[in-house]
Each structure stands twice: as structure tokens, then as C-alpha cells.
Design a protein. Structure first.
Length: 250
């Protein structure tokens, strides 16, 4: 597959359970683009397909420099939908987290992420999966960096969230009420996640050792961040890893 629509594919830049993202090139406009394609094993699932298309529509509807913009949508010959976004050239905050970043710079970027998240909340949208990997960095020719929110695949309208039963998100950054399936879910769940992101940007790892939702439900709510890691280091039989498989930095 060399082309999707009029977009020439350059290389795959990401893949998940539900979709694959390609770096492409719009030869007509001579600009790089990102093309997100629904995974073939979900193409016949109407619920997943509708969520995929909803993501494209909401990203298209909200015009703000802090949100990745969608400017085309289509369907492959095999029936899978795709949509085309601006290509964000600076990687993600997760790249910086894993490499290590100056604390002042980390806090500056997290403050920008707060402003980006506020754009969604002002539109009545809960992201539900705020992670360092979903906060992208756009670098201008002058060296300025802009934080943009991406991946609204599990986002929900605050109004539609009433009565929702689907638990979605990344456990390492998930609010306890989200793990418990509490409804209605509101913007405070995203604020918790962004707080966890800030902790991770400053320390190199999420605040709690979490491998799945069961770990969130079993955790003592009075336990301070990092306590489980200190316990893990004291125990020679405990391997200290987080849900992303990156472990903790010294």
C-alpha cells in the first residue's frame, strides 16, 4: 500500500489496538501529513467504527492551535475508514519523559498541556486518556514549542458520559473514579491524569506502580505517590516496572 487516497505513505509512525498511524505526504500541497487508519480486525465493529469517525469529526470541529487538526477523511477499498491530520514534528512529551528533562522546562510544558486540555473541556469534552504519549510537541523554525492534544479515540462528551459503562484509558494515568466506572465522569478525571503526567515528567515515571485497573482499585487511597516504588526497591523479589514497561529511573 503506497497511497491512501491522494496521500503518499512514507513510513508507519505508530500502531495500537484500534488503529495505525502513517507518516504521509500530500504531494498536491507539498506538506507532510499523518494518516490514521482503523485496524482491519475492528472494521466490522460498528461501535468501534463510530468512535473512530467521531474522533475525526470532533477534532475537525474544534479549531484551536492546541488540538491536532483533521482536514480530510475517507474509506479504503476494503471498507476501513481513515482520516488525515497535520503531522506534528516534535515527538511527544513521553519522548522527553523517557530521556529526562529539566524540571523547569517540564513544568512549562505541563502548563501548556493544561491550557490545551481546557480547550477540550470548554467544548464539553472529556479526553479520558491524558498521557505523555498523547501530548504532542510542535517545533517551529524559531525554536518555539507548542503542546497539542491528540488521540481522542476514547474521549466522551460530558453530557454523553452520563450512564456510560465503558472503562477506557491508560491505567498508569487513570483517575480512581474512572477505574471504578463511576458515572457521570467529569473533567476532574482528566485533571487527575494531567497531574500524574506532571509527576511523570518530573520523576521519569508515573506516581504509582500500576499494571492494570485491579491495581488502582486495590491501592490504599491515602498512599502517597512513590511509596510503592520505595517498597519495591526494598524487596529483592519485586521487579519495579510501570504499566508502560519502562521502569523507574534511578
Amino acid at each position: 500500500m503506497n497511497f491512501i487516497g491522494r496521500y503518499r505513505l512514507v513510513r508507519r509512525i505508530g500502531a495500537g489496538s484500534f488503529a495505525t498511524v502513517w507518516l504521509g505526504h500530500d504531494d498536491d500541497l507539498d506538506v507532510p501529513v499523518a494518516v490514521k487508519v482503523l485496524a482491519d480486525n475492528w472494521a466490522s465493529n460498528n461501535d468501534v467504527r463510530n468512535r473512530f469517525l467521531w474522533e475525526a469529526r470532533i477534532m475537525r470541529r474544534i479549531h484551536d492551535r492546541r488540538l491536532v487538526q483533521v482536514y480530510d477523511i475517507g474509506t479504503l477499498d476494503d471498507g476501513r475508514p481513515y482520516f488525515v491530520m497535520d503531522y506534528i514534528n516534535g515527538g511527544s512529551m513521553n519522548d522527553l519523559r523517557s530521556q529526562g528533562i529539566d524540571p523547569v522546562r517540564a513544568l512549562q510544558l505541563c502548563a501548556e498541556a493544561c491550557r490545551a486540555l481546557d480547550v477540550l473541556h470548554a467544548q464539553g469534552i472529556i479526553h479520558r486518556d491524558v498521557t505523555p504519549g498523547n501530548l504532542l510537541l510542535s517545533r517551529s523554525g524559531s525554536g518555539a514549542t507548542q503542546v497539542l492534544i491528540a488521540d481522542l479515540g476514547v474521549a466522551k462528551s460530558m453530557l454523553d458520559a452520563v450512564g456510560a459503562t465503558m472503562t477506557a484509558g491508560t491505567p498508569s494515568y487513570m483517575a480512581p473514579e474512572q477505574a471504578m466506572g463511576v458515572t457521570p465522569l467529569d473533567r476532574r478525571a482528566d485533571i487527575y491524569s494531567l497531574t500524574a503526567v506532571t509527576y511523570a515528567m518530573l520523576t521519569g515515571h508515573p506516581p504509582f506502580l500500576v499494571r492494570g485497573i485491579a491495581d488502582i482499585l486495590a491501592r490504599d487511597p491515602s498512599q502517597p505517590p512513590g511509596a510503592d516504588r520505595r517498597t519495591a526497591r526494598r524487596s529483592p523479589n519485586t521487579r519495579c516496572t510501570d504499566a508502560l514497561g519502562l521502569g523507574s529511573r534511578p
